[in-house]
Design a protein around this ligand. Sequence first.
Ligand code: IVH
Length: 700
Amino acid sequence: MYTKDQIQAFQIATKNFIDNPQDINLENLKKLLKFHEYQYYVAAEPLISDYEYDVLYQQLIALEGASPHLITTDSPSQRVGNSLNNNFETVPHLVPMLSLENSYNAEDLNDFDRKAKEGAQLDSIKYCVEPKFDGASISLIYENDMLVRASTRGDGVAGEEITQNIKQIRSIPLSVPLSQYGIQQMEIRGEVIMSKKSFSDFNDKLKAKQQATLANPRNAAAGSLRMKDPKEVGERNLDAFIYHISFYTLKEGAAIPEQLKTHSGSLELLWNMGFRSPQKERKVISNIEGVIQFCNDFESSRDNLPYEIDGLVIKINDFALQEKLGMTSHHPRWAIAYKFKARQATTILENVEFQVGRTGAVTPVAKLKAVAIGGVTVSSISMHNEEYIREKDLRLGDTVIIERAGDVIPQIVHSIASLRNGTQQIISFPTTCPVCEYILEKEETEAVWRCNNPNCTAQIVERMIHFVSKDAMDIKSFGDANIRKFYELGLLKNIPEIYNLDFENIGRLEGFGKKSVDNLKIAIDASKSQPLYRLIYALGIRFVGETTAKTIASHIEHILDLQHFSIEQLQSFEDVGVKVASSIHHYFSQEKNIALIKELDALGLNMIQTNTTAVDGNLSGLNFLFTGTLTQLKRSDAEAMVEARGGHILSGVSSKLNYLVVGEDAGSKLEKAKKIASIKIITEADFIWQIYLSNKNSTQ
Ligand code: IVH
């Protein structure tokens, strides 16, 4: 609909507006908003973040508020949306689905409270606060206890009929006991979401099938609702929260249920009927100060939730009061959304750096024009591999949308191709190592280009950084920066030299007082007696993570035993597949690696599995799991005690489990274990007696 030139002009106008909001007039602002609405709802190619859109929209409301006579019927403020697609049948909502006004800070919330109090002529108002679920909104109609229709929000007045797809979502009941509460017909609202876990599992599946991954759980949920094949919807593990009853009729002679006098009561009622309404997730608060405090606290803990939310919704709790305040043409006066700080932003992809990791993998890293998202400044984002760049069609100079999802690691969502002006350049992957110029190689089954030069300086430094890291040899006070510094100064050339540092020279470096040199010495010395699995992990053998290192260590007495294992023998270890086994075999068949290990041995590092006797000991072959809160032991210590005696820790309850050790407030794992007769359920005290004390006896 818009030409390239127009798109570019609008983009410039948007930027000017964001920089100088006071300079825009109402007519231009409306055009700008209509343009961005089209991009978002129709073209499905948003050019600005939700936050930036809200800034524009709020300015429109402010300008129109100041001059109400200038409000035209086609203003973006006069409708609720325009996203209808003709593939599904369009059905009218019983009550229009309005959106909420947004607030961003305490001042906005105080304003909302002041207006509500004025309208209600009250001194204080009780609010119910609940999450603003970040998914796709739906409307459901139940009649005579049965789900009869489900639809998307559409333009707010009518939506698309998606009943079959909605029926795939297990948290939405197909029938509910309405009649028990005297209700004949009920229309309710909610949000379909995809949990963070389901989202990452789903993207993993897409990656495995070499299909494009989805940008975020919201898009995944919204896209899923409009799938042609309901079966596919079922596979996506969607969920739904129900947060509003928009309409109901009573059976003849029935009285309004007591719970339908307040919003929190209605959520309770929905919950009792079998819906997933905000239950633990809601709070009734008696004044706006409490609401503001709650909003601040909640924002800092949003990452702890298993699903994405983009804010909180504050609703007046009393329905009679809600009714008194009523609605404007586009939002209720009795509710407001409190939006968390934006997690999406647009910026420019200015440069690409190619970094070489310890295994020689070359990773492209996007260097971005610095931009703040959710309180963090982002200027650099990993682009993983060549395929990622191609899939997202990223070019140097592109405008890109970036996002900080729940897991905090920022990512590029997509580039905005329509904003290209001809100066953007294709990103070409180097053919030689950016550090040592060795020709890069790629295995057929891998997405990663690698430098296979064992003497590549980048790899040497990265290997040393890995060697000293927390989960490996855990040499505290060594850190990335010191390794790089010592390497650049010629004080450290390879891993064995970590144990032969010239501390006199180091002591002369700026920032190295006697205390820090002493600390470094102590930490390096202490690392010599780290358990064997840490050394195996620290060597950086490809595909050998911490868990595999532990498994391997438990099967050997001395690290060089691994020279004598065949790939098949290695595969007989738990969780070691052919890929891992081949990698271990390859590592131990190389003379230079054996020479490195022997050198470390000569420097005094522990090479043996010190607790081999215990491994063959009293818990050998037994599987344990701890659940609930332990009061006498730290869980990690308890688990280490089991492993040190040859036992294994399982991650869940299954028939393989031998002992479930139950602490305080144990929950579902205990219930599950009770159903499997072979599992012995013991207390923490039993565990200490059976495990710890029996070990004392055996070492005496
Ligand atoms: S109440 C009339 N509560 O946010 C009140 N909405 O801009 C209807 N949303 O379209 C909305 N969580 O899709 C409400 N706890 C919640 C919500 C919620 C998410 C969405 C909903 C709505 C949009 C408002």
